[in-house]
Unconditional design. Structure first.
Lengths: 309, 441
């Protein structure tokens, strides 16, 4: 298919066939990961800069592995230990990277709109959004979509229950958009203080009782609770959170026994998830990590010329 | 110098006159209105056929950043920008560095205004010393020096006791208090309207109730003290409900709305890919709020349109949305933006009513010689502060040509219709444009 997205900033304008295309590309890459030698020369000679202004282990490592498996030359540029720490603007950083010949930039930044901004300033390089503030994390959503699709097949008509801090979650925003575009019904639950004002604008509905949300769900998606939110007073205590919204055997008792349990990681045991669920047979958490590498390989391949050529 | 403005459609501040009229100006004053003898010894004759001659437009709310932040704007660049935008009078906000809270700084603005190239500039003084919201600033001295409004704009007067004191204390000065309505405990870290925009963007939501609750508080104090209060940049339908009720009960409450809240909504933030030109306090609201503002204009409860022109240096504004400064620069296209939106909406109110919001409306808020019965009008004997509008003229906004130091505006590149083409301050033409001056003398 003719690929029309130069950058991967968010999934707002992606249609179902484009999501499907990426799922299929990811499957090919996933198969590659089973080979004894994983490295292929698909993107040899391309330069990708991983530009991280926020601490991240999983996303950065996952991108780096994906890049290395495709023979990309990788530069890791972190905010600390570079000029950004001394107050260089994002615009100047962007132009510097482009002057160095970056074919693509993977950016993780604490400010909403940072990836969009970078994309507007770069004339040549492709931008992959590795997370901008609480706005979007498109690669996480795509890898989640792939993980679910790999297990369930066609996702149309399925139901996803998402429990937790939707308000502050870029993962939630991108996942809701991705899953609902594939025909999945999305229901949210969590403390009302952690819900966005207009969930219907994202294509989701809010259920006050998490037991109602997980009932009949094919996928139960748990969001990470940042401890700062409790310190800010958004809910009274972590223990109270766990009692009412944590995924433990009680909550799972309301769900179907074959429902998939997903979490973007890193998990807080005994807050949003209990160990029995995290380590149980329904947990897809480690599968998501593997999918992440395959998905990022697929995206790099598609956006950096693998298909266009 | 005798000047004749020939064949204009006259808007006198209240009514539009169908028949083309002449206005003669002598010594900076309006000398005569009616049909003039073209041989009457005029030094200059401007043919204004097809154009609307209005009382000079008054902007009750703009940020000219002087003293102390002249890299963003200064009184001279602001004055030139105001004239280009059709404004003869600008009220500059006191959130300068240092804050404009003393008679010396009031005099500084007025003296610099005397030497400025365009609009006259009238200073607003702080309500509280240092704009810190703790104790009253020297309002009496500032009023005597020429401050025309008191406000801590940029911030509300959050301490209710202080706001009440300020109303009571200023009542003998005849200078109105302007509240920036914002309940700060609801807006910490907030970036965009709470609703669709905050939900989709992940940016912290700024609820309407942050504005409406502060207005409710101010209305309550107005009822209590009987002292007039003005609310600036009202943006939300919830606020309008409170204000409508206050006005219905004849309280001395007034308010203004901005061109950007009339012309833009939170959808522009989303569609613009979180472009920081759309970042402003209060935030661009929902489509419903924007419609409600126009309904309020049509209803006649809005007192003024004020720009809240907030220029920033590119380095402070050309940043990712979350890191950029709050504020929209609009002085030079505000009138055209509003006229275009009014036309696009199928003229929700009469042209008289709309033009009144730039003239007699804001004048009624100002004290002394700037306010009262004659201000914002065209009458024989009044100072010749005049604005000429060409309602048909279409022009594309090009921010690079602005007299303002701002280089970002949401309207850049947009085609707007209905532009001020001539601005006259005290009989002096401060914004002459193109082919309007036929030099018939």
């Amino acid at each position: 298919m003719e690929w029309r997205h130069r950058h991967v900033l968010d999934l707002d304008s992606w249609d179902r066939s484009e999501l499907q295309h990426i799922l299929e590309q990811t499957r090919s890459m996933d198969e590659l990961l089973d080979r004894p030698i994983k490295k292929v020369p698909a993107l040899r000679g391309k330069l990708v800069v991983n530009l991280f202004f926020e601490p991240s282990t999983r996303t950065r490592v996952s991108f780096e592995l994906a890049e290395k498996f495709l023979s990309v030359d990788v530069v890791n540029w972190t905010a600390s230990g570079s000029s950004t720490g001394k107050g260089e603007t994002l615009r100047d950083t962007a132009w510097t990277l482009e002057a160095m010949g970056a074919d693509a930039v993977v950016v993780r930044h604490g400010a909403v709109g940072a990836a969009d901004y970078l994309a507007k300033k770069l004339r040549r390089s492709v931008v992959f959004n590795g997370g901008d503030g609480a706005h979007a994390h498109p690669t996480q959503a795509l890898l989640d979509l792939y993980t679910a699709w790999k297990s369930l097949g066609d996702l149309h008509g399925r139901k996803l229950a998402m429990i937790g801090d939707v308000l502050h979650s870029r993962v939630a925003r991108s996942d809701i958009i991705a899953f609902s575009r594939m025909g999945v019904k999305v229901e949210l639950s969590g403390p009302p203080t952690l819900m966005p004002r207009a969930p219907e604008a994202l294509g989701a509905t809010f259920r006050k009782d998490p037991h109602d949300a997980v009932r009949d769900a094919d996928i139960i998606y748990l969001l990470r609770i940042q401890r700062e939110r409790q310190e800010e007073g958004m809910f009274p205590s972590l223990d109270e959170y766990h009692q009412f919204f944590g995924a433990d055997s009680r909550l799972m008792g309301s769900a179907r026994p074959d429902a998939l349990v997903m979490h973007p990681g890193p998990i807080n045991r005994r807050v949003e998830i209990s160990s029995e669920v995290a380590d149980g047979p329904q947990s897809m958490i480690l599968g998501q990590v593997r999918s992440g590498v395959a998905l990022r390989m697929a995206l790099l391949f598609v956006c950096l010329g693998g298909v266009r050529q | 110098m005798k000047i004749l403005l020939h064949n204009a459609i006259l808007f006198d501040g209240v009514s539009l006159f169908g028949k083309e009229t002449d206005v003669a100006i002598d010594g900076g004053l309006i000398e005569a209105i009616g049909e003039a003898d073209l041989r009457g010894g005029f030094d200059v004759i401007h043919d204004l056929s097809g154009k609307i001659l209005c009382p000079g437009f008054i902007d009750l709310h703009c940020h000219l950043r002087d003293p102390g932040q002249e890299w963003r704007e200064d009184l001279f660049s602001g004055s030139a920008a105001g004239a280009a935008g059709g404004f003869t009078t600008l009220v500059c906000m006191p959130n300068t560095d240092p804050p404009l809270d003393s008679p010396a700084l009031v005099s500084y603005v007025l003296e610099k205004s005397e030497r400025s190239p365009g609009s006259r500039i009238l200073p607003a003084g702080c309500v509280s010393r240092g704009r810190k919201g703790k104790v009253l600033a020297e309002m009496g001295k500032m009023a005597k020096a020429g401050a025309v409004i008191f406000t801590d704009d940029g911030s509300p007067v959050s301490d209710t006791g202080l706001l009440r004191l300020a109303l009571q204390y200023s009542s003998w000065l005849g200078v109105r208090l302007m509240e920036h309505p914002e309940e700060k405990s609801l807006t910490a870290y907030a970036q965009v309207n709470e609703g669709i925009c905050s939900t989709l963007s992940g940016l912290k939501g700024w609820p309407s109730s942050a504005e409406a609750s502060d207005i409710s508080r101010g209305v309550s104090l107005c009822r209590d003290t009987g002292v007039p209060i003005h609310f600036t940049h009202v943006s939300a339908e919830d606020s309008l409900r409170v204000l409508r009720e206050a006005k219905a009960s004849k309280l001395p409450v007034t308010f203004d709305v901005t061109p950007h809240h009339l012309c833009l909504s939170e959808e522009n933030v989303i569609e613009g890919g979180y472009d920081s030109v759309f970042k402003v306090n209060p935030p661009l609201r929902s489509r419903r709020d924007r419609d409600a503002l126009w309904e309020a204009v049509a209803e006649g409860i809005v007192d003024a349109i004020a720009t809240d022109h907030a220029p920033w240096h590119l380095d402070e504004k050309d940043l990712p949305f979350q890191e950029a400064s709050f504020g929209i620069a609009s002085l030079e296209c505000a009138v055209a933006a509003v006229l275009t939106e009014w036309e696009d909406r199928g003229r929700p109110c009469s042209l008289e009513r709309l033009l009144g919001l730039f003239t007699s409306g804001p004048a009624s808020i100002l004290p002394g010689e700037w306010g009262g019965a004659g201000a914002g009008r065209i009458e024989v004997g009044l100072t010749a502060d005049l604005t000429v509008l060409d309602p048909e003229l279409e022009r594309i906004v090009n921010v690079e040509e602005w007299k303002s130091k701002a280089r970002l505006t949401p309207w850049n590149g947009r085609r707007l219709r209905g532009w001020p083409v001539m601005t006259m301050v005290g009989g002096r033409t401060v914004h002459p444009v193109e082919d309007i001056d036929r030099g018939l003398s």
